[in-house]
Design a protein around this ligand. Structure first.
Ligand code: PLP
Length: 228
């Protein structure tokens, strides 16, 4: 199998698993957005994904993503899901369609400022770690206040919540908690109906707890090349 065939085969396995999990939870496939996380993978892999019809790609670093974005057709929706650095936000806003990792008001302020002629879609990242760690994500206790402040900013649309499975705890109760947090969030913000959760190791479980946006890298592309 060459690399393109390998990617095609992995992608079809992932899609099958997604379908099965969606059916099992009594949900619909069109509620699910699959984002292929291409960080650290070479251009040829991204081109292979494009040829397979994928138009949702996820990156974690501005510098790397900017180069990739400039080399692929412009009908791709680019998702930024990495840790945010203020000084990169201007550039990120120039190529990203969706920013998944907003966890501070000051980042949202900058996104609003840099999205003058468009509306930037964002997810607010929630921390599932107990205690809340510095890995990113707002403390669920502070979520409603943060969203209240962000929702007043122009040029930003809150799609919903994003989370990464916790490191030192079982994922399932954490995803159950995330689903509850999201449900009560929707009661305040009815348009924020999307939930970005689920990576290679846990996307089937995430689907059963209401995830709508799956961010999957290694199950499709294999082990990531070492980060320089
Ligand atoms: C890298 C990354 C992913 C994809 O991880 P895999 O385990 O390779 O699927 C998803 N979400 C975030 C925030 C990431 O940094």
């Amino acid at each position: 199998m060459n690399r393109a065939e390998e990617i095609a085969s992995n992608l079809s396995t992932v899609k099958q698993k997604i379908s099965t999990a969606v059916l099992k939870s009594g949900r619909e496939l069109d509620q699910i957005t699959l984002i292929a996380v291409t960080k650290t993978f070479p251009m040829e892999d991204l081109s292979a994904l494009y040829a397979l019809g994928l138009r949702e790609l996820g990156e974690n670093r501005d510098q790397e993503a900017s180069v990739k974005v400039s080399q692929l057709p412009n009908d791709i929706n680019w998702h930024f899901q990495g840790g945010i650095q203020s000084n990169k936000l201007k550039s990120i806003c120039s190529w990203a369609s969706v920013i998944h990792s907003v966890d501070h008001y000051r980042y949202a302020q900058k996104i609003s400022e840099y999205s003058k002629n468009k509306v930037m879609k964002i997810f607010i990242q929630v921390s599932l770690d107990i205690p809340v760690e510095s890995r990113g994500g707002v403390d669920p206790e502070r979520l409603i206040d943060l969203a209240g402040e962000i929702s007043l900013l122009p040029n930003i649309s809150i799609l919903g919540l994003m989370a990464v499975g916790p490191v030192n705890q079982p994922v399932e109760p954490a995803f159950a908690r995330l689903q509850q947090i999201h449900q009560s969030f929707i009661a305040h913000y009815k348009d924020a109906k999307y939930l970005s959760a689920g990576m290679s190791g846990d996307y089937e479980m995430a689907i059963s707890y209401g995830a709508t946006h799956l961010r999957i890298g290694s199950s499709i592309l294999g082990n990531r090349p070492l980060i320089k």
